[in-house]
Write a protein that binds this ligand. Structure first.
Ligand code: ADP
Length: 269
């Protein structure tokens, strides 16, 4: 047996060996680059998180100091200072909740609780629940899911609801009153995938920002959306992590000033 192996090895020409070594070292270099990239991303994310945590904590600390330093503070001033503490505490709560949620989704040891559902039923139920939420009162909510779209998908329902919620909330947050929010779905031509679209005709995203919006480390400049409540900046990272765990894909097409179309592709059964 070992003779056979030795004989075979003798036939491997030096050129073949060299090619193999070159391929191996190329793969090692690539793996090393990926590791470096993910380490850089992790440290940028940590720096961003520390920064995002520091701002509300500083505001809370200042407000508490103000109250403690003035035992005779008029009631109206006391009330508005406590309101600052309340608002900033909520920002902290949201940020911490989103960070923990993202950590859980990305944790490889946690599996999804998937079940088989009818795509039409799932999307319709989500949509009609969403329309009862007052945050969409000033938008034209539309659904375009063919009733004869008879495909099943295997999903973790609460997580997939979180995906659609994040995209809907963004569609409302980054669009003016009276604009449309549309949920569309269709089967891919080869019938292997379900394509879900969440579309709005709001402010849109600049071309150079689109490739970064799903990063954990990225928030499009807040200066672009004055007066808008900014979130944790992790909403789309959560969306992307959940879709990836469902073996799906997500992409975004946008024209600045004209709106966004987010496309989710999921395998059908
Ligand atoms: P945030 O908490 O900042 O909304 P997200 O991860 O949900 O974080 O979104 C990342 C960025 O992508 C946002 O800061 C926003 O600039 C941009 N964005 C996301 N969805 C939309 C949309 N529908 N229209 C315009 N911009 C959007």
């Amino acid at each position: 047996m070992s003779d056979t192996i030795n004989t075979k090895q003798q036939f491997i020409t030096p050129q073949v060996q060299e090619d193999k070594l070159e391929l191996l070292s190329k793969k090692l270099l690539e793996a090393n680059e990926m590791l470096k990239k993910s380490e850089t991303q992790r440290s940028i994310m940590l720096a961003n998180i520390s920064h995002d945590l520091r701002a509300p904590i500083t505001a809370i600390r200042n407000a508490v100091d103000l109250i403690m330093a003035d035992s005779e503070m008029p009631i109206a001033e006391l009330r508005s200072t406590i309101e600052i503490i309340d608002r900033r505490t909520r920002v902290l709560e949201d940020l911490i909740q989103d960070m923990y949620y993202l950590f859980c989704v990305e944790d490889k040891s946690r599996t999804l609780k998937k079940e088989i559902v009818s795509a039409v039923q799932f999307l319709e139920e989500f949509f009609f629940d969403a329309t009862t939420n007052t945050i969409y009162d000033n938008h034209n909510m539309q659904i375009d899911v063919p009733v004869d779209l008879s495909v099943n998908i295997c999903i973790d329902i609460p997580k997939m609801i979180r995906v659609l919620e994040n995209l809907f909330v963004n569609a409302a947050k980054y669009s003016g009153d009276g604009t449309d929010i549309i949920l569309r779905a269709e089967c891919s031509e080869d019938k292997k995938y379900l394509n879900i679209y969440i579309e709005d005709n709001g402010i849109g995203i600049p071309g150079d920002a689109i490739e970064h919006i799903f990063d954990r480390t990225y928030t499009v400049s807040r200066a672009r959306t004055p007066g808008k409540t900014s979130g944790s900046g992790l909403g789309l990272a959560i969306v992307s992590a959940i879709i990836e765990k469902h073996s799906g894909t997500i992409s975004c097409h946008s024209t600045l000033g004209q709106g966004c179309s987010f496309k989710i592709t999921l395998p059908v059964l």
